[in-house]
Design a binder for this molecule. Structure first.
Ligand code: RTP
Ligand code: MG
Length: 142
């Protein structure tokens, strides 16, 4: 689809609510990512459950899905060499208490559950997650 690897990211409802979207988008460009597609949407509970269905058996699943449906998210496709791993390095550990200095979660996340941003965990899942948010038409001509 693109020349380089891509990943699917979200600014989660807490990051949008706290007014950190602009700073996070600036960081995305500083890190050398190209924003290939982007939208601000509010997920229904059912859509959040579908997006995180891999975690359906985990104890935090219900809380995670209601949080992800609690307000708008910004979803984007980011392209760069090594996009999946580089974004995971930039966002830091799931729990901001364990995240390295200057990572996005260290800077902007409140807790392990409300942790500001999402990133795909593999190239394969990036494709599935990109198709969740964006149609072929929206990606045509990129
Ligand atoms: P994400 O998928 O959102 O990028 O986060 P991740 O890979 O770092 O973490 P993952 O294990 O995939 O968990 C997905 C999201 O579930 C919430 N969570 N809460 N309360 C808890 O113990 C707990 N554990 C995970 C977080 O919002 C996490 O990002
Ligand atoms: Mg994950």
């Amino acid at each position: 689809m693109f020349e380089k690897e891509f990943t699917l990211i979200m600014i989660k409802p807490d990051g949008v609510r706290s007014g950190d979207s602009g700073k996070i988008l600036a960081r995305i460009e500083q890190e050398g990512f190209k924003i290939r597609a982007m939208k601000r949407v509010r997920l229904s509970l059912e859509q959040a459950q579908q997006f995180y269905s891999v975690h359906a058996a985990r104890p935090f699943y219900g809380e995670l899905c209601s949080f992800m449906a609690s307000g708008p998210v910004v979803a984007a496709i980011l392209e760069r060499d090594n996009a999946v791993q580089h974004w995971r390095d930039v966002i830091g550990a799931t729990d901001p208490a364990e995240a390295a200095p200057n990572t996005i979660r260290k800077l902007y996340a409140k807790s392990k559950g409300e942790n500001a941003v999402h990133g795909s965990d593999s190239v394969e899942n990036a494709k599935i997650e990109a198709a969740f948010f964006f149609s072929g038409l929206e990606l045509a001509g990129q």
